[in-house]
Design a protein around this ligand. Structure first.
Ligand SMILES: [Cu+2]
Length: 100
């Protein structure tokens, strides 16, 4: 009984890391387009548009590859700093991931 209580308290004390962030791709836009994360976090990009998109970091730090309608991809952000990204198919679609 006592052990159970200690384990429960330890679970609460664990730091929350590796959060996942969600970005929608819709209407030729990334929403949100500015994403603040911690190094080690993941971002799931989901394409809700009727055409294929990508989310491709200009510094090569992440790339979803081609996402068809309804598809999603999870990328991990491993480096600190600002990572501007765009859609490799529609270069006017832009965003920035900032990792601390
Ligand atoms: Cu696109």
């Amino acid at each position: 009984m006592r052990t159970m209580l200690v384990l429960a308290l330890l679970a609460f004390a664990m730091p929350a890391y590796a959060a996942n962030h969600a970005v929608q791709i819709k209407g030729m836009k990334f929403t949100p387009s500015k994403i603040s994360v911690a190094v080690g976090d993941t971002i799931t990009f989901t394409n809700a548009d009727p055409m294929t998109h990508t989310a491709t970091a200009l510094d090569g730090s992440f790339d979803t590859g081609h996402l068809a309608t309804g598809k999603s991809a999870k990328v991990k952000i491993s480096a600190a700093g600002a990572h501007p990204f765009h859609c490799a198919i529609h270069s006017s679609m832009k965003g920035t991931v900032t990792a601390k």
